[in-house]
Design a protein around this ligand. Structure first.
Ligand SMILES: Nc1ncnc2c1ncn2[C@@H]1O[C@H](COP(=O)(O)OP(=O)(O)OP(=O)(O)O)[C@@H](O)[C@H]1O
Length: 714
């Protein structure tokens, strides 16, 4: 019996091929044959009637029991638990596949079943029909086909329900899986940048972004929403931020960290708040442009990286009731995985092989994670942390998330092995059960529940009262005599109790809210103070450094600023090695003066001076340290520098004071005021010490630099 057609199934019934979860499959699946070719006992009539067989085909029913629809748990039914929803999309054959000798379409869809006809094995003339079942099957091979699944249909079936869940406070994840060129990026984003705005071709992500804002616009007046977006790629097991505006070639790899409450996250990933669709779209475009792509022998634009586009929504409802608005948060991860094909098919260079190994590490681990989660009974260890991808997607796989997998395939016989591998992978993923819950503060949850209980009891009471009045007026009887009286009293009592509980809960919540707010304000003030302090420090560093070159003396001006000066010390253009020498001079109280390519060193203590050029620096490495190097330079006597005029000294001191007066720390910054005062005092002491060291002989004033003078600064 031939169960699949060789071509696009134009003649198939025009019923939708998208399977709605919980649908009756039309026949009882015969269970999962284990690695053997079996013909199911109960093949549906509709299948048996399909055409005249060219040859006898064996049928392999590939959907495991655990993934069959009758066992599936759906969030739509209000469960905490829900199965990972799995969809398959079949793209049209491309020109390369069509040009292949003996090209044929081996995939077909009938009703809720997806068939793949695989070639006869060995000498046997027997073909094999593999049957798969999924939550949704999208036939996107021919736009003229009545059952063609467009981008909009795919979004409405997969994306829109996830958005609905996210707006209720559930985490959501959608990931596209399939071999290179099978249509993952087409489904997730579109064909190119222009498609993002196209009604026809925009993929799930741009539609999702647009749809969020149409939902936000329709939120009740007393609700508000904030959105944060991030976008990164995992390439060779390294994470790169795709939303960095600077040159991405110099991007550094980010690390995954584990938050004790929030779980794994990407450290230092940029997160951007967005208020409009345009802002969100712009980030999406920046990310797409930054996404690394590499050519492969299969598809020139093929992406070798996994990309994760994340939107975090925080919703606050009931703002009109003061501080008691309810908050819900959800994180939506939209993931475009790298091609899942095997190394041998698509890699043609060493670099690609290296990339492939890493991509495989993530996909391989994803496979291991899926298979250990799929086998619930064994309760095996799930190796989430074995790859960056699975570590980050931990919550989406078997955790707190509503997750959908979109497997993309080509119908071409050329890739039938890869197609079967993808379909089996997808089948297994259907068994995964996630435990999604609304992300809200338990206290907020309690208030929300109490409020709805109060609302319910109030309307019940109202109904009762209305009915009683009607009843009384018709019977002209006393309310106290009716049997409804006791029930009404009971209701009033319950309502009273619940209202009291609500009042108490709101009071506690208000107190907590105010406490939180106060501590947040305190933290904010701290941060502001720190910011101002840093800004003043930067100002001081810049000015302080200038003042050093203005002063002919070594003061401990810089010493007092130790720790502060380490930051942002401007470099001297001439040479880093000059810096080494000048630093040494500062530490050893040796005077120097720097010109474009020479350094004048003055040793007042020993009345010597020397001029050092950049050429001298070439021999620096021959000496054991800078001191040794300097000792070996040629030094001359410095008679003229030995004697300093008091006027010169005063002029220098004035320069220092002038510079110091330019340093105006903020009034409210006590630390800096203290530092400023200390600095000023040190300079005064220095000035006094300096002036008392000046001696006068024959009308000429000289200054002696003694240790005593320097220690006076301490
Ligand atoms: N449903 C579809 N309808 C029409 N064309 C499609 C469809 N899916 C994919 N294509 C086309 O097939 C080609 C490959 O698709 P796409 O780039 O989305 O593959 P991919 O799986 O993302 O590959 P990679 O792993 O390299 O990222 C593109 O030219 C795309 O336009």
């Amino acid at each position: 019996m031939a169960l699949s057609s060789q071509n696009t199934p134009k003649g198939t019934p025009s019923t939708s091929r998208r399977i709605v979860r919980g649908d009756n499959f039309g026949f009882t699946a015969p269970g999962t044959p284990k690695n053997q070719l079996t013909t199911p006992k109960k093949i549906p009539k509709s299948i048996l009637q399909t055409g005249t067989p060219e040859c006898f085909n064996n049928v392999l029913f590939e959907t495991p029991n655990s993934a069959r629809n009758k066992n599936r748990i759906s969030k739509e039914k209000g469960d905490e638990l829900s199965n990972l929803a799995v969809a398959v999309r079949i793209r049209p054959m491309n020109s390369r596949e069509l040009a292949h000798v003996g090209a044929a379409n081996v995939v077909s869809v009938k009703g809720n079943n997806l068939y793949v006809k695989s070639s006869p094995i060995g000498n046997s003339a027997v073909c094999m029909d593999h049957i798969f079942q999924y939550d949704h099957i999208f036939w996107s091979c021919d736009e003229n086909d009545s059952v063609y699944s467009s981008q909009e249909i795919v979004y409405q079936t997969l994306g829109a329900p996830l958005l609905k869940s996210a707006l209720k406070g559930y985490n959501a994840c959608l990931f596209a899986y399939g071999q290179t060129g099978s249509g993952k990026s087409f489904s997730m984003m579109g064909r190119n940048e222009a498609d993002i705005e196209s009604d026809e071709y925009a993929g799930i992500i741009p539609r999702f972004c647009k749809d969020i804002f149409s939902h936000i616009r329709n939120l009740p007046d007393n609700s508000s929403a904030t959105l944060d977006v991030s976008y990164f790629e995992i390439y060779n097991e390294k994470i790169h931020d795709l939303l960095l505006v600077q040159d991405c070639s110099s991007k550094t790899a980010l690390k995954v960290r584990e938050h004790p409450m929030l779980g794994p996250y990407v450290e230092n990933l940029s997160i951007h708040s967005v208020k409009t669709y345009n802002e969100l779209r712009n980030w999406m475009l920046i990310g797409n442009r930054n996404r690394a792509t590499a050519a492969t022998s299969m598809n020139e634009k093929s992406s070798r990286s996994h990309s994760i586009f994340t939107i975090e929504i925080s919703l606050t409802e009931g703002l009109d009731e003061g501080v008691n608005g309810n908050g819900k948060r959800s994180r939506i991860s939209l993931v475009d995985l790298a091609g899942s094909e095997r190394l041998s098919n698509s890699y043609n260079s060493e670099e690609k092989i290296r990339q492939g190994v890493c991509i495989n590490k993530s996909l391989l681990t994803l496979g291991k994670v899926i298979s250990s989660l799929a086998d619930q009974k064994k309760k095996q260890f799930v190796p989430y942390r074995d790859s960056v991808l699975t570590w980050l997607l931990r919550e989406s796989l078997g955790g707190n998330s509503m997750t959908t997998m979109l497997a993309t395939i080509t119908p071409a016989n050329l890739h039938v092995d890869e197609t079967l591998a993808t379909l089996r992978y997808a089948c297994q993923a259907r068994s995964i059960i996630n435990r999604a819950r609304v992300n809200e503060n338990p206290h907020e949850k309690l208030i929300r529940e109490l409020r709805s209980e109060v609302f319910r009891l109030r309307s019940l009471k109202k109904n009762y009262e209305r009915n009683s009045i009607e009843y009384n007026s018709s019977l002209q009887s006393n309310l106290s005599n009716t049997s409804g009286y006791e029930e009404l009293e009971d209701l009033r009592h319950k309502l009273n109790e619940t209202e009291n509980k609500l009042f108490e809960a709101e009071k506690i919540w208000e107190k907590k809210f105010l406490e939180n707010k106060t501590s947040q304000l305190r933290e904010l003030a701290e941060v502001e103070k720190r910011k101002e302090e840093l800004e003043s420090r930067i100002r001081i560093i810049e000015k302080a450094d200038k003042s050093v070159s203005l002063s002919p003396y070594q003061t401990d001006f810089l010493k007092k600023l130790e720790g502060v000066l380490d930051e942002n010390v401007p470099t001297i253009n001439e040479s880093d090695n000059f810096n080494l020498v000048t630093d040494w001079c500062k530490e050893n109280y040796m005077n120097y003066s720097l010109s474009r390519n020479a350094l004048l060193l003055i040793d007042y203590k020993n009345n010597k001076q020397t001029i050092m050029t950049t050429n001298d620096l070439d021999s620096l490495t021959e000496y054991k340290d800078i001191g040794d190097f300097l000792r070996n330079l040629t030094w001359n006597n410095t008679k003229s520098h030995k004697k300093l005029h008091k006027a010169d000294i005063l002029k220098s001191m004035n320069t220092i004071y002038h510079t110091l007066s330019d340093l105006t720390p903020p009034d409210d910054d006590e630390n800096l005021n203290f530092l400023y005062a200390k600095l000023s005092k040190s300079l005064q002491k220095y000035e006094t010490a300096l002036l008392t060291s000046v001696s006068s002989k024959n009308g000429l004033k000289t200054v002696t630099f003694e240790d005593k003078l320097l220690s006076s600064l301490e």
